[in-house]
Structure formats: structure tokens, C-alpha cells
Design a protein around this ligand. Sequence first.
Ligand code: HEM
Length: 368
Amino acid sequence: MTFTQLFSPQRIEATKALRMKKVQELVNFLSESSERGEAVDISRASFVTALNIISNILFSVNLGSYDSKNSSAFQEMVIGYMESIGNPDVSNFFPFMRLLDLQGNSKKMKEYSGKLLQVFREFYDARILENSSRIDEKDVSSRDFLDALIDLQQGDESEINIDEIEHLLLDMFLAGTDTNSSTVEWAMTELLGNPKTMTKVQDEINRVIRQNGDVQESHISKLPYLQAVIKETFRLHPAAPFLLPRKAERDVDILGFHVPKDSHVLVNVWAIGRDPNVWENPTQFEPERFLGKDIDVKGTNYELTPFGAGRRICPGLPLALKTVHLMLASLLYTFEWKLPNGVGSEDLDMGETFGLTVHKTNPLLACL
Ligand code: HEM
């Protein structure tokens, strides 16, 4: 398996049962919380699900647990790392100040990434040990991404070294966990703030799945309003508001703007999604705007590019779309949602904290 094959349609289809299982665990956890009458922290719960989906694809283990404090420590490491990379840093404007690290971003980034890389190294060492004592070949269906990377490393012409393996794993975790869960959290926040939209999307799901069924990925294509809700969430709350930073390799003029060589270039998709020249009522959550329109998030409609576009478009896009639709549809199908006592939809806190990903400043708590 190669890097691109990890995201091939066949490979994503092959992990369908895994996604279903992990989403079912989320539903079970939420049912238990609801029996205890507890409000749930949707950010944390959906993060654990996204984390377990990715950690199983990469290492065949669950790295998150709904009960233990471990997953929350991992969550903090990932979020802390993302915030320290994404924070505007004065040294981007005055490079001679980089060494001073006045905001401590560089120190925090090294600290978090060091801890995460340590976790990955332990997985790598354990797998090498396991392989050395293995007598027969591992069954193809049980081989994960770490096996593929070790093959690339140990082949006749080693294509990758251990340092690159660790950093690739770090990229996958950072790119594939928090982005999914913050999208689900924002979608739920908007729906709780717009009860009519919530009813409309739940009615659609109930009609298609009927009672006592399970939400399956094959239902998604029959749920156009759910798809519109998710596009509208990506428009207002793109998980990576500035995409990934680029650097200009040479002086260039684009549409009358001069971009000097070595500039740090950010694409502000958050602002594009709220541009009144492009969108009617840009700050309103109105999924209807997408119904009957061809606009999608796959990088061809430049007004809506939450996954980027072109050569560096997110390679996890097909996996992310399946995961986000499945998680949201299951949450909406299984439960009735309301805000905790005393919080009205008009008081819903919409504060955002910007880093490489954009989060709700205060996690969404909801009752079901
Ligand atoms: C809702 C979920 C997700 C969103 C919104 C998202 C968004 C993005 C964006 C905006 C970029 C940068 C594109 C650019 O700068 O042009 C990116 C890169 C990337 N994403 Fe995602 N992503 C998501 C989920 C995932 C998942 C599930 C994975 C894989 C497990 C993944 C893996 C990656 C990787 C490896 C890159 C770096 C690609 C490169 O440097 O060329 N992403 N993603």
C-alpha cells in the first residue's frame, strides 16, 4: 500500500464497517450519558470517535476512550499543537524576532509535537518487535498504514526513514481528527441554534431510514438536505480557516497584488465563505441555498473550498465526507437534542478560537 492508496475509494470502502462500529460506540456512549441525565460535550465525544477511526486505520488500535482521561490528554496535545502552529506570530512579519519566540508559539509547538512523536515511536517499536517474532505473513485484510510504511522503509531501496514515518503519522493525526470533530460540533451548534432546520433535517433522515434501522453510508446520497447542512457548516465554519500556509518561491503578481518572494501566504476561506459579494445573507445558516445547486466542496467551486483545491487539496477528503455525514446523521437520527436548562437558542455561544483549525471557544454542551 502507498500513501495515495490509503485514500483510494477501495481502501475507504474497506474501512466502512470500522466507521460504522466506531459511530455505534459513540451512539452507545451518548445513550448512557442520556440515561444518567448528563449534558454531553459534543466536541470531546466526536473527537474520540474521529480519533479512533484514524488510529484504527493507521495502527489498528483505539487511541481514544470515552471514559478515561487519556483521550482527553491526547485531544489537548492535538489541539494545543494546532493552535500553536496557527497562531498569528509576530515573527512572520519581523523574521529577525524569530529567535526570541516572544509568544512562546515555537516552544509550545515543539513540546506538543515531541510528546505526540514519542507515542508514535512506541507504536513503531512495538510493531517491529511483533513482526520479528511473527512466523507467518500477516493477512492482507489486517494490514494497516503502519505496516505499509514499514514495508516502504525496509524494502530493497528504502523509500522512507523513521523520522519521516513519525512525521507522516503526526500529519495524519493532526489533519484527520480535530477537523472532523470540530465540523460535527459546529453543525450541531448551528442546528441547535436553528430549531426549524434541525426539525427539517431530522424529518428527512427519519423518512429515509424509517424506524429501527441503522444509518448506513449508503443512505447519504438519499439525504440532500443533510448534505446541504454540512456544506453550510463548511461555508461558515471551515475547519482549516486559512488552509495550510504557503510560501512564495519567487516574486509574483496576482490580480494586481504583488507577493514578494518568501512571503507567508494564507488563503482565508473563512472570509470567502462570508463574503457578501458571493453569498446572500452571508452570516445566516441557510442550507436551502445549496439545494438544487451544483456547488460542492471538492475543489472546483472556489467560493467553497474547505478542503483546499488543486495539487495540495486534502487527500483525506473522501474519508472525511463519509465520516462527517455518517456521524451527524447518526446523532440526529438516534436522539432528540436540546440545549441545557436555561440556555435558549438565541443565547447560544458562537465564539471562535482561531488556530490552524477554528474551534468553538467554549465546547458545545447539549442534552439528549
Ligand atoms: C472535515 C474534515 C477535514 C477538513 C475540513 C480538512 C481540510 C484540509 C485542508 C483545508 C487541507 C489543506 C489544503 C490546502 O492547503 O490546500 C488539508 C490537508 C491535509 N489533510 Fe485534510 N481535512 C479533513 C480531514 C482529513 C482527514 C480525515 C485526513 C486523513 C486522515 C486528512 C489528511 C490531510 C493531509 C495529510 C493533508 C496535508 C496534505 C498536503 O500537505 O499536501 N484530512 N485538509
